[in-house]
Write a protein that binds this ligand. Structure first.
Ligand code: GLC
Ligand code: CA
Length: 615
C-alpha cells in the first residue's frame, strides 16, 4: 500500500458533512525526539543520520508521517525549543545535507516529514534578540521589552514589570543590563517571547516557513502556538503593568501569577493563524499543520480546525493530560478514573462531530509515559495488557493518532531516584524553586513528584535492543547517552518485540493498519456508552451504509481501565444481545476466545480491551 492509497478515503465516506476528507484523515503520525532516538557517531546524542538509519523500522510499523522535535541550531537550554538559527541544523544533530538526505529517504518510503516550529519565542542567542537589545536597532520592538517598575531598582526583586511567573520557574521577566529593560519569557530566560504584534516579526516567520516548505518538508507541528497573541490594553500595556487597565491574576504558592489566561488564545490569535495560512499554505497541497494549544478547549478547537475558518488542520489540547494534576500545579497529583477521560476525550469528540478535527495523543516528549501514568507497569503482564488497552482506546477514537517514540513498545517512566539523573530545565528549575526558594516541598517529596511527572520520563533513549545502551548508541561508544537508559531495556526493546506475535509492538501495527483499511475507524461517528462508569470505557463507531456501501457498519469498543476484573456494562450487554461471537472480535488484547467468554460470563479480565463488530 502506498501513502496515496492510505491517505485518501473514497469521497463518499464522510460523516455528517464533517471535515472534507484531506489526505491525513486516516493517517497516523509518529513523533521522534531526535536527541533520544538513535545516535550514529557515538557522542551519546541522537542525530539525523541516526534517524535516517531507522526509517525502515518506521515504514514497517506502517505510520504515514514523522514529526521531528526541533533540530535547528540551538544552545539547547530547552533541548532545541530555544532556536538560535531557524535556517540551520544544530551540529549536534548533523547538517542541512543530512536533513535533505533524511527527507529524500523518508519520501522514498512513502513517509512524510513535519518539523517543529517554535515561534512563540526564540533563543536569547538568536541574532534577532541580540539586535533587539539595542534600542536604536531596527529590531528593537521584536520582543516584549518593558522598563522596571517606577521607583524600584532595576534588576532587584519587585522591579519586574508585572507578577507573571515563568512555566519553568521564577519570574517571567529577565533584566537585560545592556538595554536597561526587562524582556518577557514565558518559558526559560533563554527563550524570550517574540512580539507578534509587530508585522515584521510575522513576515520574517512566514518567510522562514516558506523556505522550509520549499526545501521539501510536509508541514509543521507548531509549538505553543496558542500563546503568540498577548492581551494588552488600549495603550498596549500588559496586564498588571503600572498604569495598565487590566490587572494580572492571583498570586500562586510560588509567589507569581499565571500568565496563561492573558497569553493563551489572545485577541489576535485567529487573525495571525489566518495570515499564516494565507502566506505559507494557501498555494500548497499535501501538507499537515498541527498546533500545540495550551489553554484552548474543544469549542475553540472546532473553530480553528474547521476548514471554513482556514486556520490549522488540528490542535493538541491538554484537558485529558491534566486529569491527574493538582489544583495549582502538575507536581501535585490527584486520583482520576475513567469518567475523567470520558469527559475530556469525549468532549473533544463531541465538539468535532460536525466540523473540525481532533488529534489523538496520550504521549509526547513533555508527558510521562502513559503506561506508567494511566496504565499499570507494576508487573510485566499488566504492563503489556494496559499498554495495549491504552493504545486501543486512543486509536479507536475519530481523529489523527500520534504515537510518541517507544509508546509502541510500552516503554515506562525512567525510574530515577536522584536529582543528578535529571537533565530537563523545567524539572531542575522547579526543584530549586519549590524545594530551595519557596520551601513548598521536601527534597523527598519533589523527587517523588519528578519520578511521576518529569518530562525526562519520556526522554530516555529509545530501546532498540538489550545491549548496554539499548542500541541507541553502540555498546563501545566513547560517551554514555546524554540521559541514562532505562534498565528495563533488558526485556522491553524492539528486537525482542519483533520476535513475538503478541507484543505491544505487534498490537500497534494492527491498530495502524486498521485505521488505513477500515473506514469505520477513520470516518465513523463516535458515541460514548455508559458515561458514569468509573472503570470501563466503552463507545461505538458508526459509518452509515448509505454513505459507505459495504464498508459501512458499526463497531463496539470496550476497555476495562483497571487491574481488576470488572462487570461488563449493561449498555454493552444489550448491544451484544448475548450473541458473543468470537468471529466478530476484530482485535483484543487477550485472545478472541477469551474475550467472547468474558462477554458470555459478563466479566472483563484486568485491562481487557477489544473491538467487536456489531453490524
Ligand atoms: C512546548 C514544547 C516543550 C517546550 C515548550 C517551550 O510545550 O512541547 O517541550 O519546552 O513548548 O518551547
Ligand atoms: Ca550523535
Amino acid at each position: 500500500m502506498t501513502t496515496q492509497d492510505r491517505g485518501f478515503l473514497p469521497d463518499s465516506i464522510r460523516t455528517n458533512g464533517a471535515t472534507p476528507n484531506p489526505w491525513w484523515s486516516n493517517a497516523v503520525v509518529y513523533q521522534i525526539y531526535p536527541r533520544s532516538f538513535q545516535d550514529s557517531n557515538g557522542d551519546g546524542i541522537g542525530d539525523l543520520p541516526g534517524i535516517t538509519s531507522r526509517l525502515d523500522y518506521l515504514a514497517d510499523l506502517g505510520v504515514d508521517v514523522v514529526w521531528l522535535s526541533p533540530v535547528y541550531k540551538s544552545p539547547q537550554d530547552d533541548n532545541g525549543y530555544d532556536i538560535a538559527d531557524y535556517r540551520d541544523i544544530d551540529p549536534m544533530f548533523g547538517t542541512l545535507a543530512d536533513m535533505d538526505e533524511l527527507l529524500e529517504q523518508a519520501h522514498s518510503r512513502g513517509l512524510k516529514v513535519i518539523m517543529d516550529l517554535v515561534v512563540n519565542h526564540t533563543s536569547d542567542e538568536h541574532a534577532w534578540f541580540q539586535e533587539s537589545r539595542d534600542t536604536a536597532s531596527a529590531r528593537a520592538d521584536w520582543y516584549w521589552w518593558r522598563p522596571a517598575r517606577e521607583g524600584t531598582v532595576p534588576g532587584t526583586p519587585g522591579a519586574e514589570p508585572n507578577r507573571w511567573g515563568s512555566y519553568f520557574g521564577g519570574s517571567a521577566w529577565e533584566y537585560d543590563e545592556k538595554r536597561g529593560e526587562y524582556y518577557l519569557h514565558q518559558f526559560s530566560k533563554k527563550q524570550p517571547d517574540l512580539n507578534w504584534e509587530n508585522p515584521s516579526v510575522r513576515s520574517a516567520v512566514f518567510d522562514m516557513m516558506n523556505w522550509w516548505m520549499d526545501r521539501g518538508i510536509d508541514g509543521f507541528r507548531m509549538d505553543v502556538i496558542s500563546l503568540i497573541s498577548k492581551q494588552v490594553d488600549e495603550n498596549g500595556k500588559l496586564p498588571g503593568e503600572l498604569g495598565s487597565n487590566i490587572p494580572d491574576g492571583p498570586i500562586g504558592p510560588e509567589g507569581f501569577s499565571n500568565p496563561e489566561p492573558f497569553t493563551s488564545d489572545g485577541p489576535r490569535l485567529d487573525e495571525f493563524l489566518r495570515q499564516m495560512r494565507h502566506e505559507v499554505f494557501s498555494k500548497r497541497d499535501g501538507y499537515l499543520t498541527v498546533g500545540e494549544a495550551p489553554g484552548l478547549g474543544p469549542e475553540r478547537n472546532r473553530f480553528i480546525t474547521d476548514p471554513h475558518d482556514g486556520e490549522l488542520d488540528m490542535l493538541f489540547l491538554f484537558e485529558h493530560v491534566a486529569i491527574d494534576h493538582g489544583p495549582t500545579s502538575k507536581w501535585d497529583s490527584v486520583p482520576w478514573d475513567a469518567t475523567d477521560l470520558k469527559r475530556t476525550l469525549g468532549g473533544y469528540q463531541e465538539a468535532v462531530r460536525n466540523a473540525g478535527w481532533a488529534s489523538l495523543y496520550f504521549s509526547n516528549h513533555d508527558q510521562p509515559r502513559p503506561v506508567s501514568r494511566f496504565g499499570d507497569d507494576s508487573t510485566e503482564e499488566m504492563r503489556v495488557r494496559s499498554a495495549k488497552a491504552l493504545g486501543l482506546l486512543l486509536h479507536l477514537h475519530r481523529g489523527t493518532p500520534y504515537i510518541y517514540q517507544g509508546e509502541e513498545l510500552g516503554m515506562t517512566n525512567a525510574g530515577y531516584t536522584r536529582l543528578d539523573q535529571y537533565r530537563d530545565v523545567e524539572s531542575l528549575n522547579l526543584y530549586h524553586q519549590r524545594v530551595e526558594d519557596a520551601s513548598l516541598d521536601s527534597p523527598e517529596e519533589m523527587l517523588q513528584a519528578l519520578a511521576r511527572t518529569s518530562r525526562d520520563n519520556a526522554r530516555t533513549p529509545m530501546q532498540w535492543d538489550a545491549t548496554t545502551y539499548a542500541g541507541f548508541t553502540a555498546p563501545y561508544a566513547p560517551t554514555a547517552p546524554w540521559l541514562s537508559v532505562n534498565p528495563n531495556k533488558d526485556h522491553i526493546n524492539v528486537r525482542q518485540q519483533q520476535r513475538e506475535d503478541d507484543s505491544v509492538l505487534a498490537f500497534y501495527k494492527k491498530l495502524i493498519e486498521l485505521r488505513h483499511t477500515n473506514p469505520i475507524v477513520s470516518a465513523g461517528s463516535w458515541d460514548l456508552l455508559d458515561r458514569g462508569n468509573p472503570s470501563v470505557y466503552s463507545f461505538t463507531r458508526t459509518l452509515s451504509e448509505k454513505i459507505a456501501g459495504e464498508s459501512g457498519g458499526r463497531l463496539l469498543v470496550v476497555i476495562n481501565m483497571t487491574s481488576r476484573s470488572e462487570r461488563v456494562p449493561q449498555d454493552v450487554v444489550s448491544l451484544i444481545n448475548r450473541q458473543a461471537d468470537s468471529d466478530r472480535i476484530l482485535l483484543s488484547n487477550y485472545d478472541a476466545e477469551n474475550t467472547a467468554a468474558s462477554l458470555l460470563l459478563g466479566k472483563l479480565s484486568p485491562w481487557e480491551a477489544f473491538i467487536y463488530r456489531l453490524e
